[in-house]
Write a protein that binds this ligand. Structure first.
Ligand code: ADP
Ligand code: MG
Length: 729
């Protein structure tokens, strides 16, 4: 056992950087080489097909069968020219990962041979055997029918000689079984609602897009050490392990120089990302040892999310080439920072204006505060729902821990923007503003300083922060599908913008001046949603009390947080925006509870196994060494002297015995609680039982194991330790 450990550490520490084969072209030449983008479409599609297809994408139009056939033909030729032999519909089931089923392009030619064929029918829709994907009861398993349908807004791409076609995944009766379907609906609804509001300022705007720039944090671990940690292999995190003497106290890792093995990995990853059209741009060390971040240039939200999901799977593959394993888990190691996936989110018009950025004219600034105030109101009203959208069994370890956003959603605005909003709220509404002439006293909105754009006044403790021209939703977990957060946020904002537009329209219809109605509605929103605004330290204990006083959602149990989805105001919001039906919401919650219980069940089993079969035997072996020593001491020395010399060993023997028996009884109790939970048929109750009764026992067992780690002979300890996992170069 110990041999394995030491061999692994030596193997791991002796490894050199893997040489990366640099492409012999410039980055702009191989960029998006594996993507059927517009340049490729132009080359491979007949002119009329190209034009009609691009129009369908841009104007969000349905596709005729004939057009689909023509696109399929060109797409197939491009794919075959680029080495693809198979194709797959690529979709995002509720497991949180991606799914694909590969088919070859070949069909019988009727003469005993085959021809390569790919029709529009196969491109547009397929029926994967979907019985094994979670559906929360929407799809009867015996019926097992789910359909994948082409999402033309995200281009097809080639990975591992397979043409991947981004698709939605829905049931026979049309309910979503995936993340993409409601995401597209939410983006559509925020497009319509934001266009209504932005048309108050500029009637030429026809569409508003949502932009997402994600920042992906991750850990790297040497594969030899990873393989020697069954908990990492099976659960993605360490279920035990004492803090290493040095971790992140010195803050010497953050933005420090990147180790050469890691640099080689990053370079390789970036090349692969660029070939897939993923605009990876920045990379750096993160705060914790062996923690890193990759961020692309932001893109349209649906595409950005496809790119994130694709990148996560490419990362795993590239990491293996460099003898690493990538850990996307939110909290792989206790006691040091966890990983998030900050979602930089904004809305922008088809005329090229980012709506969360202040402008140069009073009119621009009124538009700016209008959108900010509506976001505030949406986040305020739906703060519990937004939290529910990012919580799961893995992110629960990160949120509320001391270095991550707390399990309370609040909004950071910064001193400048707060000042602007305060002035608007305080001013007298009768001093209505005419945005037209200079002579009018349009002070409130005119005085927004331009430096806001370069605002570096950033509060790292806030889960949702204004950062100059966008909001940064930081509570999203590193392993998550961003869609969950983006669905809730965009739907909530769309609903709020619609209410705002309704209010302004009816005031204008009643004869009020438009700008004065807008400003007055903005003022009202600022006042009624002020409780969501918090610029202070989100890690502090006082904030938790203050947030509760303000009526924000302070629930800390993940299974209970999901209840926010089925609250009447959430259901009404999702139904009004057409993003999710009540049936879908209920089904998705079932899946969330089920996933929560399953994750904890696996962790608990792995912990039990490691405790009983790895840790206790090692502790017993060490204990018997000590006993042996005491026995020998007593042979050589007598009386008080023997007592004195063996005292330390005796106390260690007892402490080990205490820990062993606590671990044993802890595991027994945990197994009992697990069985009790497993017998529950209601998914919500089961998840609550796992949270309330199983998880705390896991913590107790871990604490015992970690104290044994400090006592037992290093050579006997069966698992790589934190200092080895985290500092191998
Ligand atoms: P930081 O770590 O300081 O927050 P990064 O440069 O790591 O900043 O990440 C910023 C991310 O925000 C990038 O992905 C960037 O493309 C994205 N971003 C910048 N402007 C916008 C915007 N208007 N909307 C959405 N994302 C944006
Ligand atoms: Mg950031």
């Amino acid at each position: 056992m110990s041999n394995l450990r030491f061999k692994s550490v030596e193997e791991a520490s002796g490894r050199k950087a893997v040489k990366v084969a640099l492409p012999d072209e410039r980055a702009d030449r191989y960029y998006a080489k594996q993507v059927f983008n517009r340049a490729k479409m132009f080359e491979y599609l007949p002119r009329e097909t190209y034009e009609a297809f691009v129009k369908a994408i841009d104007e969000r139009l349905p596709l005729s069968r004939q057009l689909a056939d023509s696109v399929a033909e060109g797409m197939k030729r491009w794919a075959l020219d680029n080495g693809a032999r198979h194709y797959t519909h690529w979709f995002h089931p509720l497991t949180g990962s991606t799914a694909e089923k590969h088919d070859a392009f070949i069909e019988h030619d009727g003469k005993g041979g085959v021809i390569e064929r790919f029709s529009g029918k196969l491109l547009v829709q397929q029926e994967p055997d979907a019985s094994s994907f979670p559906s929360g009861g929407i799809r009867n398993t015996f019926e097992a029918r789910g359909y994948s349908a082409w999402d033309i807004s995200s281009p097809a791409f080639i990975v591992d000689n397979t043409l991947c076609i981004p698709t939605v995944f829905i049931s026979y009766t049309g309910e979503s079984l995936d993340y993409k379907t409601p995401l597209l609906r939410a983006l559509n609804s925020v497009d319509r609602a934001a266009t209504r509001v932005v048309n108050f300022f500029n009637p030429e705007v026809r569409h508003v897009s949502c932009y997402l720039g994600w920042e992906q944090e991750y850990f790297l671990v040497d594969e030899a050490l990873y393989a020697a940690r069954p908990d990492l292999v099976m659960t993605g995190r360490t279920l035990m392990g004492h803090e290493s003497a040095k971790n992140q106290q010195l803050e010497d890792h953050y933005f420090g120089s990147i180790p050469s093995r890691v640099e080689a990995f990053m370079l390789d990853l970036e090349i692969e990302a660029h070939k897939l059209g993923i605009p990876a741009k920045t990379r750096h060390n993160e705060v914790a040892p062996n923690q890193f971040e990759l961020a692309p240039i932001y893109e349209e939200c649906n595409l950005a999310n496809d790119h994130n999901l694709l990148l996560m799977s490419v990362m795993e593959e590239v990491a293996r080439r460099h003898n690493f394993r990538v850990l996307l888990h939110e909290k792989p190691f206790a006691g040091i920072n966890g990983s998030g996936k900050h979602n930089n989110w904004s809305l922008g018009t088809d005329t090229g204006v980012i709506l969360f950025g202040p402008g140069k004219t009073p009119g621009d600034n009124l538009r700016f505060v209008t959108f900010v105030a509506n976001v505030m109101a949406a986040v305020h009203r739906h703060n519990g729902l937004l939290k529910a959208s990012i919580i799961n069994a893995t992110n629960a370890h990160r949120l509320g821990a001391n270095e991550a956003p707390p399990a309370i959603i609040s909004m950071f605005l910064g001193s400048q923007l707060s000042g602007v909003l305060d002035r608007i709220a305080a001013s007298d509404s009768t001093e209505a503003l005419n945005m037209g002439g200079k002579e009018h006293r349009n002070i409130d909105v005119a005085q927004i300083p331009e430096i806001l754009v370069d605002n570096t006044d950033r509060n790292r403790t806030s889960p949702f922060a204004f950062t100059g021209n966008r909001f940064e939703y930081r509570a999203v977990g590193s392993s998550a599908n961003n869609a969950s957060a983006m669905i809730a946020l965009n739907a909530a904002v769309a609903d709020q913008l619609n209410m705002f537009a309704d209010a302004v329209e009816s005031r204008v219809a009643a004869g009020e001046d438009k700008n004065s109605a807008i400003l007055d509605e903005v003022r009202r929103l600022i006042v009624t949603s002020k409780d969501i605004h918090f610029d202070g330290n989100g890690y502090s204990g006082e904030w938790k009390e203050e947030a509760a006083r303000r009526g924000l959602d302070v629930e800390t149990s993940a299974p209970l947080m999901y209840d926010a989805y089925t609250r009447p105001e959430s259901v009404a919001m999702f139904e009004r925006t057409g993003v999710l039906s009540f049936k879908e919401i209920e089904a998705r919650n079932e899946v969330k509870w089920e996933m929560y219980s399953k994750k904890l069940q696996i962790e608990s089993r792995v912990l039990g196994d490691l405790a009983v079969n790895h840790i206790i035997p090692a502790a017993v072996r060490y204990q018997s060494l000590l006993l042996d020593n005491v026995y020998k001491i007593r042979q050589l020395f007598k009386g008080e002297k023997a007592d004195r010399i063996s005292a330390q060993d005796m106390s260690n023997i007892e402490e080990i015995a205490d820990n062993i028996s606590a671990i044993k009884s802890g595991v027994e109790k945990m197994v009992k609680e697990r069985h009790k939970a497993n017998r529950m048929t209601d998914e919500r109750s089961k998840a609550i039982a796992y949270h309330d009764a199983v998880a705390p026992l896991m913590e107790d067992i871990r604490a015992r194991i970690d104290s044994l780690e400090l006592m037992v002979d290093n050579e006997i300890w069966p698992l790589p330790k934190y200092r080895e996992l985290l500092f191998i170069r």
